[in-house]
Design a binder for this molecule. Structure first.
Ligand code: XMP
Length: 516
């Protein structure tokens, strides 16, 4: 398989660069700048991309790399800091720019014959964000693009096959950024584009079959996208040798547990074990009102139940989990070449260790090389229903973080019913996949209302809906008033014990997406 190395110098766009490369059907992996040159040489990369980064190359504590990397015969593309680093490696002049550029800037291509700018007009808009610039390129390098304030916005060295751009081709604000990456991959590195999801599925299924042989595999299925796709892939590889354990803590959305069970028992060949323990969770949560305490109880009990179930079945087999590429990069395992080496379970905020009395031959992470959008593409190809493949993020503690105060069976029912109405209306109005997340919250507030001739004193339901790219920040979604009106009418009519509906119009920060 053809591979591109994204050498990470600390910029915020490393994953985005890798995703953009993969969008062109070329596999890209990210390694930190601390990786040694021998490892890079051993990997047979078709090309290397140096990422941007927030530092100054002339500050010796900034990330640097041996300039020998430019002489190993692999094409290189430097982006932003990576561009300045290439200039610095070759004794060019990098200095603080008299005018720093930020945002959309006009680029002028000064060498239209450059392969990097093939099919790109002489003038176009690019995205810049820099305070240093290249005042003079190193010897052997030719300037191929400039802007008003940046005399060397792009340069090339044809002898070494090294290219560098001061702007960010990976962000969509760079008008022809995609074409530039395409040119680097296909015209300069000679890639042919063998990273397609059908190949991934075929290859992974073959590898899984070989690795697992006649042993068994056990997987924790949460009903989320990642574990669902991992389950479907393993099912295709080993069928009934796979056991999926689905712990239903009773804090899922309405009918979700049944939907997950129905999907995996009807559409996929596997042993499916559903552990119904809603009552157990309710009794553990009785009288508990502190949000952190609730989270802790739900998390602890969840894994207790899960491992008890696994312990009873884990005889001489493998353990699988739906870890994906960004999880591995963020936990520092991005360097392990797709192979996991420890059995840890992913949760939102922490990793839960496998109990020491449970043994597996090894841990399998069949999605360990994929980004989320690739996981979804694989899921669709494997026939997982769209509802599951495009499922919104759902917190591990489930509705537990959307019921403020003590959690009771009655409150869960009210919230599930209200939330179902919201989802139903959003889907009827074509909004289902438009927003990052939408749901209802039960804040534990009663207010006075009137129904017919009667005074009521019943629950408030709050609608929360956000738009966001990364969930670190979020804006409240501008759902049309008409939809909100229908949702409000239906919730107060159809859900017992709700007499008022409010809409949360707070962004993150200062609020968080979830209420607890
Ligand atoms: P916050 O509330 O932190 O949410 O702004 C950001 C995103 O994370 C999800 N979230 C969780 N996911 N376990 C999870 O698996 C959790 O405990 C948890 N808390 C929040 C939230 O739904 C949103 O997508």
């Amino acid at each position: 398989m053809e591979k591109i190395l994204v050498l990470d110098f600390g910029g915020q766009y490393n994953q985005l660069i890798a995703r953009r490369v993969r969008d062109h059907h070329v596999y890209a992996e990210i390694l930190p700048y601390t990786v040694d040159l021998d490892t890079i040489k051993a990997n047979d990369y078709k090309g290397i991309i140096f990422t941007g980064g927030p530092n100054s190359v002339f500050d010796m504590s900034s990330p640097h790399y041996t300039k020998d990397i430019l002489d190993i015969g692999i094409p290189v593309l430097g982006i932003c800091y990576g561009c300045q680093l290439i200039a610095w490696m070759g004794d060019g002049r990098v200095q603080t720019a008299p005018v720093s550029e930020y945002g959309k800037i006009e680029l002028q291509v000064t060498n239209t014959d450059s392969e990097l700018f093939a099919d790109i007009p002489e003038e176009s808009t690019v995205w810049m964000s820099h305070t240093d610039y290249i005042a003079a390129p190193p010897q052997g390098y030719e300037i191929i693009g400039k802007t008003n304030d940046c005399p060397c916005a792009a340069m090339q060295n044809l002898d070494k096959n090294v290219y560098a751009v001061q702007f960010h081709p990976e962000v969509t604000h760079s008008q022809y950024g995609n074409q530039l990456l395409y040119n680097f991959l296909y015209r300069i590195c000679g890639c042919t584009g063998d990273w397609v999801m059908d190949n991934f599925i075929d290859n992974t299924v073959t590898e899984l079959k070989e690795k697992i042989g006649d042993k068994n595999v056990i997987l924790g299925l949460s009903g989320g996208v990642d574990s669902s796709v991992a389950a479907a892939l393993l099912s295709r590889a080993v069928g009934k040798q796979l056991t999926c354990v689905f712990v239903d803590h009773g804090l899922m959305r309405k009918d979700e547990g049944d939907f997950v069970q129905d999907t995996f028992t009807r559409l996929f060949d596997m042993n499916f074990v559903r552990v119904n323990c809603a009552d157990h969770f309710l009794s553990c949560l009785k009288g508990v009102t502190d949000p952190e305490e609730k989270r802790k109880i739900i998390g602890t009990e969840f894994y207790k139940v899960f491992w008890d179930e696994v312990r009873a079945r884990a005889k001489d087999g493998y353990f699988a989990q739906g870890t994906i590429y960004p999880d591995r990069i963020e936990s520092g395992k991005g360097m392990s070449n797709g192979k996991a080496n420890t059995a840890v379970i992913k949760t939102h905020h922490n990793m839960v260790e496998k109990p020491s009395d449970i043994d597996f031959i090894d841990t399998i992470e069949p999605l360990g090389e994929l980004f989320k959008d690739e996981v979804r593409a694989v899921g669709e190809k494997l026939g997982i229903p769209r509802e599951l493949v495009w499922r919104q993020p759902f917190p591990g503690p489930g509705l537990g973080v959307r019921i403020i105060g003590e959690i009771t069976a009655e409150k869960i029912k009210i919230l599930q019913d209200a939330d179902w109405v919201l989802r139903d209306e959003m889907s009827k109005n074509g909004y289902e996949n438009q927003l990052a997340q939408f749901f209802c919250v039960l804040p534990g507030v009663n207010s006075v209302g009137v129904m017919g001739d009667h005074r009521t004193y019943d629950n408030l339901v709050v609608i929360r809906a956000v738009t966001t790219d990364d969930f670190m920040t979020a804006d409240w979604a501008r759902i049309p008033y008409d939809i909100l009106a229908t949702v409000s009418n239906r919730i107060t009519n159809e859900c017992a014990h709700v007499n008022r509906v409010a809409y949360d119009v707070t962004s993150k920060p200062p609020a968080t997406v979830e209420w607890e």
